[in-house]
Design a protein around this ligand. Structure first.
Ligand SMILES: [Zn+2]
Ligand SMILES: [Zn+2]
Length: 232
């Protein structure tokens, strides 16, 4: 079980490292100048190819860093948890279509509360549309302030991504710790318990089998004596 779990974790890690996402949204640093075409691609949802905007196609960033529009995030099916014989779908956990890394999805009263909006992409959309400076603040479909382009928005968004990456690491560590605890409990309690039950079973079997064997032996002996009497 431990080996299986370790393999699963290793599989996730290797997959995470080997897969190259087709869309990378954080390629351009502040000093780099991105081409118009690549910027255009970055401002589209990689699933439905609709352009991101601040009203309907609000970009949301998953824990892995990939961004999808709100409709695509809502359209993703929950991840499947495979137990021994049955499968269970968990609606609050979704898998990124690009790198298959898991993210949390919380929908409350029809509004997407988690993952959070990608404010950096929103800022890029606004800049690309040439409306920068015209809007002090905008409202999305949830009637919440989307952004007002404060100078620290980009930095805070990067901090947020940094936080989510570390949260992901912490969750993996906690998962490994729980598996270790379960493994230790199995070694300490379950294996000796099973051995004890097996021993009891053997003892009870022998206890009931001995009288039967004795009766069989005596009957055989008596039968043998009877046969000798008849023949003589
Ligand atoms: Zn989409
Ligand atoms: Zn991803």
């Amino acid at each position: 079980m431990w080996k299986l779990a370790s393999n699963a974790i290793a599989g996730i890690r290797s997959k995470k490292n080997s897969d190259v996402p087709k869309q990378v949204f954080w390629e351009c640093s502040d000093d780099e100048v991105c081409s118009e075409a690549s910027r255009d691609e970055e401002l589209e949802c990689p699933i439905c190819w609709e352009s991101f905007n601040i009203v309907e196609n609000v970009p949301y960033v998953l824990w892995c860093g990939h961004s999808l529009c709100k409709n695509c995030v809502l359209g993703l099916q929950g991840s499947v948890l495979k137990l021994a014989t049955r499968q269970m779908r968990i609606p609050i956990v979704i898998s990124c279509p690009w790198c298959h890394q898991l993210s949390l999805r919380v929908v409350y009263k029809g509004n997407l509360k988690f993952p959070s909006k990608n404010f950096f992409l929103l800022w890029m959309v606004e800049s690309f549309n040439g409306n920068e400076g015209k809007l002090d603040h905008s409202f999305n479909s949830d009637n919440q302030s989307v952004f007002s382009l404060p100078s620290g928005t980009v930095t805070s968004e990067r901090r947020r991504l940094f936080f989510y990456n570390h949260l992901d690491c912490v969750i993996h560590l906690v998962f490994k710790f729980l598996l270790t605890v379960i493994f230790v409990l199995i070694v300490v309690f379950v294996i000796p318990g099973s051995a004890l039950i097996l021993l009891l079973y053997l003892l009870i079997t022998l206890l009931f089998a001995l009288p039967s064997l004795l009766i069989f032996y005596l009957a055989l002996h008596a039968l043998d004596k009877l046969m000798n009497d008849i023949t003589s």
